[in-house]
Ligand binder design. Sequence first.
Ligand code: ADQ
Length: 483
Amino acid sequence: MRKTIILSNRLPVQLQINEGKMQAKPSVGGLATGMKSVHQEGESLWIGWSGLTQEEIPEDLESEIDLALEEHGCSKVRLTEAEVEGFYYGFSNRTIWPLYHYFLEYAEFELSNWKIYEAVNRKFANAVLEQASGDDILWVHDYQLMLVPQMVREERPDLSIGFFLHIPFPSYEIFRTLPWREEILKGLLGADLIGFHTYDYERHFLSSVRRVLGLEVNFNEINLEDRMAKVDSFPMGIDYAKFHEAAKKNADQKDGEQSDLQRRLYAHKASTPDAKFFLSIDRLDYSKGIAKRLKAFEYFLGKYPEYKEKVRLIILAVPSRSKVPQYQLLKKEIDELVGRINGELSTVSWTPIWYFYRSLGFENLVDLYTSCDIAWLTPIRDGMNLVAKEYIATRTDKTGVLILSEMAGSANEMHEALLINPNNFEQIADSLHRAINMPEAEQKARNTPMQKRLARYNVEKWAGDFMESLLTHKQSDPPYVAR
Ligand code: ADQ
């Protein structure tokens, strides 16, 4: 039977060893959430790194871990500490991530990291080749594995190979600075279908293919002489029903059934009825613009001092890549900004910023979405941003205001939100003011079409469309037929 192999850097389960015992925990992140529904259906295998290096896995637990993963339909790629360092923290997160998010000044071009990236991509490709049979479908995810499509194709051109990039693809002028630009493009072109979140990323990719490799591009197909590679945009959706239903359940809960967090939020609202909560949720990452948001909040309170003691900013930052120096510096900057702003502005009864540096469980996440009047998501660059979509999905009475950066991929589909430029503090302050005063009828008029779109174009539809497009293209373009 034909199976789908999903390949990503991390498996959708995280392993932790506590006192010699193994524990499995679902991972946080857009991809894990998004692919869950695809992985649960039909015949599929998910291959990726478990999150533990070979040095961290005691020999006697290896087979126990493999068995536990197998139960989740997963198989692990073994990585050593040095490989994780060079491939993940090094090339992926200190070269590609900053470059693709337009933080050129943070991008490091280390030959040794590139070599490890190549070797680890080879490991992932070999893991696929060991498992692939018949006319299987391979769906490779994200920027850590851009060389895998070509590595697999060289051995198995009969497989249907799809690749999806979850982060932006930068403009040619940025991409061309990468010393290994040709290798990366050739690696990606091993796929039959290459997907992006937006048309702009697709356009940037095609332009780089044309200018770096000199290949002929016809509309959205690249002529590779013996075959055509197709490029298209597939804006990723969310599990709309899951968020919407959880929010409904949440609204129906009686007093005793509420979570601690919910009770606290409601108590605050009851004691100050005209108070407004602004919500900011991201991984702690410089691309998400958290530090800038804090400064913009301070600017807003300076411009509109009448909102002092009335508004509160809830910042939830998920720890991320804490071994990379830029992330450590950012954490320090955010800690200091929160401390300074709260120190300068707090009163006996008011703390302007509530700052949580942790990951929250699904129910608490929904508590926050449903109790905050305004979601304020202003990344400096973001491939898509699923939090914006999740917030709108949980607004069961259709109230609530979304303030969203125009630099997030999701802004293309959520034009009813208040779209802002994250560098324009004046515009941000005015948008916050507008959001606070927006009549309910206008909130509902804006949120209704967004909800409809999100419900229709959910994550299953996203995955289904990608798979259908891949298979249709493969059928019409068999690799063995020379043109
Ligand atoms: P991320 O950069 O991780 O993903 P995002 O799309 O916002 O960003 O997804 C974050 C996910 O983590 C959301 O589903 C959210 O619910 C969850 N999450 C965030 N904070 C949390 C917290 N404190 N506790 C628990 N869960 C939390 C990358 C790209 C994005 C792209 C996705 C999917 O950078 O641009 O949208 O992949 O393609």
